[in-house]
Structures are given as structure tokens and as C-alpha cells.
Design a protein around this ligand. Structure first.
Ligand SMILES: *Cc1c(COP(=O)(O)O)cnc(C)c1O
Length: 369
């Protein structure tokens, strides 16, 4: 018998039913170095002022659909060129979804989204759910762009969207600027530079928006220290941004986020200062990790470090090292790869000096025991 419940499930698309829900590890009781969060909270005086602002919020009213005041501050703080426009998303994840929805065409099965592997998983997840093809071009062994393969793929597939995470997640490197320029020039359509880790990279294509009409730069406040607010922005040619803005749900940036983000942007020096400490901690952590035998530690321009547990280490399983670190009370990210570029790789987020020391102690114990 075909019950309404069975029918409901049958009508949900195969790609959805086959998917596993996005998994977030339980970090209770652990030092949390798995999710690229800023480890610092706000100083007490700022926190009190923020509470006052939030206390005065009119929660009975819909938010400003254009988030005009917030957008004005973002244009300034993010140094968006004057001739360009922005559209805001509930995190940059939502902007990726808007872009995919804008190009998805169920009468054209050739529409494709391109990015690079290993890379940020949301590009593929969203393409799958929206129903467009995703093509991931494998990176070289050193996580640089494979330009011959990329040129060929662009010529053959004519991707509607090319996502380039800059720096890349999970490899933490920035690609060669010349390679990115070439991709933007060869691309038949939009190229999105995902600059989520800009506070730690200090290199950007934002200024260069004026050179390329098909370039879009995406930023988020998540890695800067405001992951809880869910706020991202997409910057680019006003004609493109105008179209993407039509897909945006009218009240996607809620009242509390508009107030809190506006307040934090007025006090952005504190966040910039925190990013600076994280960059300093990153170089200390890199040096300390490189001194531990049995690991391959990759360079980082982000707020996290990718490293490989080498086969010649005493304890040669990355899974064992991950579990041992967890038993010591520190949660990092296990890339769970037996082969390929991420083989035996783990990823750690840069935390406070104390958190990093706890991680280093746990790592040393895990590798040497
Ligand atoms: C973390 C991350 C994002 C996250 O964006 P939200 O604004 O938190 O949705 C986007 N892109 C990359 C490459 C990331 O690593």
C-alpha cells in the first residue's frame, strides 16, 4: 500500500535521500580546535555595550530587508571598490546557494559548477542539492592549481561558476596570483574568490574587482570572530549582484545580526587585533609542530594548519593520533582519507596560547607513545 508517508519520502529527490546530514562533531568537555573559530571572546566592556544594543532591539518588527546601515559599514570596513555592489547572506554558505540557484536550469543539464579538490565541501553539497553538475579539479601534490587540467576543463565544460577558496580549506595555502588571473581571464562566466580566511592571509582580490567584470569576491565575518552571527557578503559588478539579490529571501539577515554585526564593525580594531594574535600563534604553532618527528606540516595562510602523520612515525595511523589527542582533551579535525592528497591528514585550528600548548602536548604524546 502506498501511504502518504511513503509517497512523501518517495517524492523527495534521490540526491537528498542518499545524502548524509552535515555532521558536526560533539565538542562538549573538549578544547575546541576543529572548526576554525576565533578562540577569543569579547572584552567585558564591549560585551555590556552590545547587550544594551541587543536589549533595545524591536523583535516584534521584521528586520530592514536591505540591511542598509549594515551594508554601508561592510562596504567601508571590507574596502569594497566604489563602483561595485554587495549582497548579504546568512553566512557565505547561503551566498553559495544563491549563486547555484541563479544558474541552475532544469532544461539544461550541461550547467556546471567547478572547483578544486581537496577543497571546501559546501560547493559540491549545494550543487548536488540544487541539481547542477559539480566538477572538482584535483590539485597538484603541493596543493597548487593544476593549470593544464584547469585550462582543459574550462574549455570543455564552460562552467557557469568557478569557486576558488583563497586561502583554500583544508590545505590552508593561497594559490599563485598569476594562476588565478589566468582562470578569471579564461572563464566564460563568474569566478568566485572565497576569501573566508582573509583576516589571516592579508592578500586579496578585492581591489582587483575593478579589473574583471566576471570576478566576485566573497567574504564572511565567521572566521574573523563572529561565526555565531551568520553573515557573509558577495561583492562584484552591480549588474550581477542585482540579479543574485533577487534570489535572496527578503529578511535573510535577522534583526539581532544586523545590530550585533553593525556594533562589532564599529569596533573592528578589536577583531583585527585578535586576528593578529592568531597569526602570531600560527607561526609559533607551525614551528613547534615542525620540530616533532614523524609529521609533515603544511604551510598556512589561514587560521588552521593541515598536517600529515607519516608512515614512518612510531604510531603510523592518523586515526590513532586523532583519537589519542581527543583522549587528552583536544578536539581537532580528522580528514579521514586513506589515499589521495589528504592521506593520513589532520587539521588543527589555531587557538589561544594555552589551547595550542595543550594541543602540542597532546600531539607529542600521541606521536611518541
Ligand atoms: C568556513 C568557510 C566558509 C564559511 O562561511 P560562513 O560564512 O560561516 O557560512 C566559507 N568558505 C570557506 C572556504 C570556509 O572554509
Amino acid at each position: 500500500m502506498n501511504s502518504p508517508l511513503k509517497n512523501s519520502l518517495r517524492l523527495i529527490r534521490e540526491v537528498v535521500r542518499q545524502a548524509r546530514a552535515y555532521h558536526v562533531a560533539d565538542a562538549s568537555g573538549l578544547i575546541k580546535l576543529d572548526a576554525m573559530e576565533n578562540p577569543y571572546n569579547l572584552p567585558d566592556d564591549l560585551r555590556r555595550k552590545l547587550q544594551e544594543k541587543l536589549g533595545a532591539a524591536e523583535l516584534n518588527r521584521y528586520p530592514d530587508p536591505a540591511a542598509a546601515a549594515l551594508r554601508k559599514k561592510l562596504l567601508q570596513v571590507m574596502q569594497v571598490p566604489e563602483s561595485k555592489s554587495i549582497v548579504l547572506g546568512n553566512g557565505s554558505d547561503e551566498l553559495i546557494q544563491m549563486l547555484a540557484m541563479a544558474v541552475a536550469d532544469h532544461n539544461n543539464s550541461d550547467i556546471c559548477v567547478m572547483s578544486f579538490e581537496p577543497g571546501f565541501v559546501m560547493y559540491k553539497i549545494i550543487a548536488d542539492f540544487v541539481g547542477i553538475n559539480y566538477v572538482g579539479i584535483p590539485l597538484n601534490d603541493d596543493f597548487s592549481l593544476d593549470m593544464p587540467a584547469t585550462r582543459l576543463a574550462i574549455a570543455q565544460l564552460k562552467p557557469a561558476l568557478i569557486f576558488i577558496a583563497y586561502p583554500n580549506n583544508p590545505s590552508a595555502n593561497c594559490y599563485r596570483e598569476l594562476d588565478i588571473e589566468e582562470i578569471i581571464s579564461l572563464a566564460p562566466s563568474m569566478v568566485i574568490l572565497d576569501e573566508a580566511y582573509h583576516p589571516f592571509a592579508q592578500t586579496s582580490f578585492m581591489r582587483r574587482l575593478t579589473e574583471f567584470d566576471n570576478l566576485l569576491v566573497m567574504r564572511t565575518v565567521s572566521k574573523l570572530g563572529l561565526a555565531g552571527l551568520r553573515l557573509g557578503l558577495l561583492c562584484g559588478h552591480p549588474d550581477i549582484i542585482n540579479e543574485i539579490d533577487k534570489i535572496r529571501l527578503p529578511y535573510n539577515i535577522n534583526v539581532l545580526t544586523q545590530i550585533a554585526a553593525g556594533f562589532m564593525l564599529d569596533n573592528v580594531e578589536i577583531l583585527n587585533q585578535q586576528a593578529k594574535s592568531i597569526r602570531e600563534q600560527r607561526s609559533r604553532l607551525l614551528n613547534a609542530m615542525r620540530a616533532i618527528p614523524g609529521l609533515e606540516v603544511f604551510p598556512s595562510q589561514a587560521n588552521f594548519i593541515l598536517f600529515r602523520v607519516l608512515d614512518n612515525a612510531k604510531n603510523n595511523s592518523a586515526n590513532d593520533v586523532f583519537e589519542s589527542i581527543k583522549r587528552s582533551g583536544v578536539l581537532i579535525k580528522n580528514m579521514r582519507a586513506d589515499s589521495g592528497l589528504l592521506r593520513n591528514c589532520l587539521r588543527v585550528t589555531v587557538g589561544t596560547a594555552e589551547e595550542n600548548q595543550a594541543f602540542l602536548d597532546a600531539l607529542e604524546k600521541a606521536v611518541n607513545s
